[in-house]
Design a protein around this ligand. Structure first.
Ligand SMILES: Cc1cc2nc3c(=O)[nH]c(=O)nc-3n(C[C@H](O)[C@H](O)[C@H](O)COP(=O)(O)O)c2cc1C
Length: 268
């Protein structure tokens, strides 16, 4: 696995407060419709402060939360007001269609490391037909579903293999559908993250660089560092999606924490 020790050290030194700075609770705004302007102009309005409330919502749908759930909910209460813990949905784009994909395995391993208020939802890239501009005004259902997933997500996680020094065609195809028709680009303003793994020592570095170029053109706010160039070796992620190497697990947990904070920051 290739990553900068300096970057890891910087994360370790600054600690969790660097990832989750304490701020007043902010009410999450309803998600705006897809911007009609070119991506470069897409901007988020600053979050509005949430009015103080009298009591913490410790029950949902009539069910009393367990002590563990109460503890975790209370742990998220702001010191400046009382509000429920925000939940975040991350749409996951695994660029491989094969059942035994090492990138799918990596995505599942990251999913196991998520905090409980963050959920993954996987896009079905294999269901989306090849992009044809003739069809963009009456989208195939799978492409429309893909766009709906992007619109509903707080963050976008790209887990890419490297195919011939670039991203796989299935992933590029999905990105093209998501960007169309003109004026209804689904990607701008979303908080992106990129990881990838391959058996080679370069760990998808070139594919990731291509992907950064593409996502920049679509207006995705991609987390820049740390970068995750992971060389998969036999047994690195086991069949229960546990990362068996302690150093790799710590590094990926650090990256994931940083990415979740990035998503929270951009969700308002
Ligand atoms: C068409 C094709 C092109 C590939 N090109 C590269 C490459 O440029 N760099 C690389 O590291 N691995 C390359 N590989 C090997 C992949 O890294 C390897 O098959 C990996 O398992 C793919 O990820 P997946 O298991 O998630 O599908 C290529 C594989 C295929 C099928």
């Amino acid at each position: 696995m290739r990553y900068s020790l300096l970057r890891v050290a910087s994360l370790a030194i600054r600690g969790p407060s660097a990832l989750f700075p304490s701020k007043p609770c902010a009410r999450r705004r309803p998600r705006p419709p897809a911007p009609q302007t070119p991506p470069a102009r897409a901007r988020h309005a600053p979050p509005r402060a949430m009015p103080r409330r009298g009591g913490a919502p410790l029950h949902r749908a009539g069910a009393i939360l367990s002590m563990a759930q109460r503890r975790s909910t209370l742990g998220a209460l702001s010191t400046q007001g009382v509000c429920a813990m925000s939940t975040y949905k991350i749409a996951v784009f695994v660029g491989s269609l094969r059942a035994a994909s090492i990138n799918l395995r990596l995505a599942r391993a990251l999913e196991k490391l998520l905090p409980e208020n963050v959920k993954f939802e996987y896009a079905s890239l294999g269901d989306v037909p090849l992009f044809n501009q003739d069809d963009e005004m009456s989208m195939p259902p799978a492409a429309a579903k893909l766009k709906a997933l992007i619109a509903s997500a707080d963050g976008l996680l790209f887990v890419t293999p490297e195919h011939n020094r670039s991203i796989p065609a299935a992933l590029k195809n999905a990105i093209d559908w998501g960007s169309r028709p003109w004026g209804q680009n689904s990607w701008p303003g979303k908080a992106g993250g990129i990881v990838g793994t391959s058996p080679s020592a370069a760990g998808t570095a070139m594919a990731q660089q291509h992907l950064r170029n593409i996502l920049a053109a679509e207006g995705v706010n991609v987390l820049t560092t740390p970068e995750v160039f992971l060389q998969t070796t036999e047994g690195l992620i086991d069949d229960q999606y546990t990362i068996t190497n302690e150093g790799t697990r710590k590094f990926l947990q650090g990256w994931l924490d940083r990415y979740v904070a990035w998503v929270a920051k951009h969700s308002g």
